[in-house]
Design a protein. Structure first.
Length: 372
């Protein structure tokens, strides 16, 4: 009996060990198999994801390079187009300042088809950010020029030459022209816009011309612009010629076209000076463009018709912005396209709403319809 019990216990222990060992081994195998399965699946998934990321990166680099190439081609085409003869879009840009709130002050918002922009105020001592803006606009073939009202030597400039302006009229006027040209070269502007207004009243009294004090030496006020339509023109004509000669010299150095515009009292210019100017900009504000063609051509001749730019004012004049296309219609329908183009004073006022330049763009498309 005891032997039977011993044998039974021994068999039970052996069986228990066998079952215990079998159960443990089965669990380990399943766990390892599951781990292997998950590891393989994760590795495959990670490899797939890595490959997709690599492909996406390569695609994005390729697309970026292609977009850059296409954009450079677009800019090249734009620059070539702007070299062709066509009615231009011109504008005086007010209060250029990248630190001011809003996009009204941002030069780069101008339409790509903008031909010439004249900086009105705050044009020197410009920051790196503004220089960057200007270069970006110039890459599109847009000419960025600068200008102000000229009456006497020194107007528009803060600095005088060492020793001051010469008391000799022609030497002093040449110094002034050279100082303007130096500033244009220093900042990379494309030319000068003479605000010539001797037929307009000055807010400081008198007219926008030089202070010609009778009996006083020229050196007292250093006047340039004559207060007469037909006489005393020597100094202003010398000044105009000095600017044109200097701009031609800059152009010869770097091959970049330089513009010399004149706006305001165009009908007071000496006819002999008309060949110096790129464009004659009529201040034909508030829809007053119809009388200007004859006013200018009677003075300067019919051969300047295609260099006259007719301008509106957007300064505090929302209605003028909305009606700006009438200037384009005048160019196309009345003048049969024989004009320099159109423009606006405070042109960036058209960007005040949604930064769109909506009215300027419409006018451009009327004068120069897009090719379909």
């Amino acid at each position: 009996m005891m032997n039977s019990i011993k044998i039974w216990l021994a068999l039970s222990l052996i069986a228990g060990c066998m079952f215990a060992c079998t159960d443990v081994e089965t669990i380990d195998l399943e766990k390892q198999a599951v781990e292997d399965l998950y590891n393989k699946r994760d590795k495959d998934k990670w490899a797939e994801e890595d490959e997709q990321k690599r492909q996406n990166y390569e695609d994005s680099v390729r697309i970026a390079k292609e977009n850059e190439r296409l954009y450079e081609l677009y800019l090249a085409d734009l620059r070539e187009y702007k070299k062709t003869k066509h009615p231009v879009m011109f504008g005086w840009f007010n209060a250029w300042d990248e630190t001011a709130p809003g996009e009204y002050f941002n030069l780069t918002l101008l339409p790509d088809s903008m031909d010439i922009v004249s900086i009105w105020g705050n044009c020197f001592h410009i920051s790196d950010n503004r220089l960057k803006q200007m270069k970006e606009v110039q890459k599109k073939g847009t000419k960025v020029i600068v200008g102000w009202i000229v009456e006497e030597v020194g107007n528009g400039l803060q600095n005088k030459p060492v020793g001051g302006w010469s008391e000799d009229p022609y030497t002093g006027i040449q110094q002034y022209a050279d100082a303007i040209l130096d500033s244009i070269a220093k900042y990379g502007y494309d030319g000068f816009d003479i605000d010539y207004e001797p037929s307009y009243a000055s807010p400081w009294g008198g007219m926008h011309c030089g202070n010609w004090n009778q009996g006083e030496p020229w050196s007292k006020e250093m006047p340039i612009i004559s207060c007469s339509q037909d006489s005393n023109k020597d100094y202003e004509n010398f000044f105009f010629q000095a600017l044109r000669d200097g701009l031609d010299e800059l152009e010869a150095k770097d091959g970049k076209e330089r513009i010399l515009n004149i706006n305001g009292s165009i009908h007071w210019l000496s006819p002999s000076m008309k060949g110096l100017f790129s464009y004659f900009v009529a201040q034909s504000y508030h829809g007053g463009y119809s009388s200007w063609p004859s006013r200018i051509t009677e003075r300067l001749g019919n051969d300047v018709k295609d260099r006259i730019i007719y301008t509106e004012t957007f300064e505090n004049a929302v209605a003028n912005q909305g009606n700006f296309t009438r200037y384009a219609d005048f160019i196309v329908n009345t003048l049969d396209g024989v004009a320099g183009g159109i423009g606006a004073y405070h042109i960036n006022a058209d960007a005040a709403e949604k930064n769109e330049y909506r009215n300027v763009r419409k006018a451009i498309s009327i004068m120069n319809p897009p090719i379909k």
